[in-house]
Design a binder for this molecule. Sequence first.
Ligand SMILES: NC(=O)c1ccc[n+]([C@@H]2O[C@H](COP(=O)([O-])OP(=O)(O)OC[C@H]3O[C@@H](n4cnc5c(N)ncnc54)[C@H](OP(=O)(O)O)[C@@H]3O)[C@@H](O)[C@H]2O)c1
Length: 246
Amino acid sequence: MNRLAGKVAIVTGSSKGIGAAIAERLAADGAKVVVNYTRDATFADAVVARIAASGGEAIAVRADVAKDGEPRALVEATLEAFGKLDVLVNNAGIYDIDSLDTLTAESIDRHFSVNVRGLLLMTQAAARVLPAGGVVVNISSGVAKSPNPMAHAYCATKGAVDVLTRTLGMELGARRIRVVGIAPGFTETEGNRHLPRDLIQPFIAKTPLGRAGQPNDIAAAVSFAASDDAGWVTGSTIDVAGGLVF
Ligand SMILES: NC(=O)c1ccc[n+]([C@@H]2O[C@H](COP(=O)([O-])OP(=O)(O)OC[C@H]3O[C@@H](n4cnc5c(N)ncnc54)[C@H](OP(=O)(O)O)[C@@H]3O)[C@@H](O)[C@H]2O)c1
C-alpha cells in the first residue's frame, strides 16, 4: 500500500516497541521516516536498516523530547534531510509502576516531562512547519479512560494527552491540520518485557480478543490516522485494545 507516498514523518521514540513498528509501517506505506531515540543508537540504526532493506527511506536522529531545544532540533534535522514535514507521531513515553507508598516527586516530574511536556513541545516545533493536510498522532493509552492504581503518575499523563489531542485539534483545525489520538491496550514491547507474567495475565484475561496487543496492531491504526482515509477525524482518540476495558 502506498497511501503515504510523498509524505515525511517523524516518529518520536521509534528505536523500540510500538514506535519502531509505527516507523516501519509508515515507511512501508511510502513515507520517508525520521526514527527518533534518546539513548542507544544501535536500536534506531537497526530500524533504519530494516526500512532500507524493505525499499523504504529513513534516518535516525537522537533527540530527547523532554529537553529544551531538542524538539526544535529534531524538526530542523528532518527539514535538512527531507525538505518538509507532513506527519508527527508523538509516541515517546515512559511508564513506571507506582503507588502512594512508592511515588516520588522526581518520578512524577519525569513522567510529565516526557509524556506531556515533550508531546506539547514537539507539537509546537512541528506546527511551525506542518502544511494544510498535515497530521499529528498522539499515542495515548487505555489507562486514560480506565485508569489503574498501579500507575498513578502514568495514568495522569495519558489523561492529559487526551485533553491535548482535543485542544490541539481545536487550534490546528483552522489550518486544516488534524490531531488524532490512538489509545493502545496492553501491548508487548521492550518497555514491559521485564514485567512478571502474573501482572500481565489479568489484562489478557479481560481482553475479549484473548491476547496481548502487538506493536503492528497499533501501527496499523496510526497508518489509518495519518492517511487521508481519516480525513474527517480530529480532536478524538481511538481505542486499539482488543476490546479491553481495564
Ligand atoms: N506497551 C504498552 O502496553 C502500551 C500501552 C498503551 C500505551 N503505550 C504507549 O506507547 C508508547 C510506546 O510504548 P512502548 O511500550 O513501545 O515503549 P518502549 O518499548 O519502552 O520504547 C520507548 C521508546 O521511546 C524512546 N524514548 C523514551 N524516552 C524518550 C525521550 N525523552 N525522547 C525521545 N525518545 C524517548 C525510547 O528510546 P531510548 O531507549 O533510546 O530512550 C524507545 O525508543 C508510549 O507512549 C506508551 O505510553 C504503551
